[in-house]
Design a protein around this ligand. Structure first.
Ligand SMILES: [Zn+2]
Length: 179
């Protein structure tokens, strides 16, 4: 069984948002198209309290229940069966969807016999990468679909480094899906 995990396709990570990935919104139509290939579709959302040590590293973004924390308005959310909220504590970065606190993603996937996990979304170097590395640690056959991710490009070369690190740890990088 396979599942699609959509990481943090939220207003604040798209152009105009507080911590935008340049071109972050371009993944939205790609992800909407990908959805038709999956029966099980879940998503994560960065969901921070107003005050968090996380905001010593980053501009304030994705504060719970704010407009910035909402999904991008064009994302086809009716196909998303479960949303996982992460970064919900005030001492917690919550980069990985597997750190969600409202529900345990690892158990959710196990209960549905998921073997192959396909990951898309924002941003490549942080939440996509950490979610993919955790997926591998949890024994999942893990794919990242490159046409449906986007980096924040905080430092030159970060995105390439992140892709390398994922690959070295057993994540399969796909240019497109279906290949
Ligand atoms: Zn965050």
């Amino acid at each position: 069984m396979k599942a699609l995990l959509i990481v943090d396709v939220q207003n604040d990570f798209c152009p105009g948002g507080a911590l935008a990935a340049p071109g972050g919104d371009k993944v939205v139509p790609v992800i909407n198209r990908l959805m038709e290939h999956f029966d099980i579709i879940v998503a994560s959302r960065d969901w921070h309290p107003k005050e968090s040590i996380h905001f010593k590293k980053w501009p304030v973004h994705c504060v719970e229940n704010s407009h910035g924390a909402a999904f991008h308005p064009d994302l086809n959310t009716k196909n998303i069966q479960q949303v996982f909220l992460k970064g919900t504590g005030n001492r917690d970065d919550g980069y990985s969807a597997f750190e969600a606190t409202n529900l345990n993603l690892e158990e959710y996937l196990k209960q549905r016999n998921i073997v192959d996990l396909y990951i898309v979304g924002l941003a490549t170097e942080y939440c996509v990468k950490e979610s993919a590395l955790d997926a591998v640690r949890n024994g999942l056959h893990t794919f990242v679909i490159k046409e449906a991710i986007q980096g924040v490009h905080q430092h030159e070369g970060d995105e390439e480094k992140a892709l390398k690190e994922m690959e070295l740890n057993g994540v399969e990088l796909l240019e497109h899906y279906p290949a």
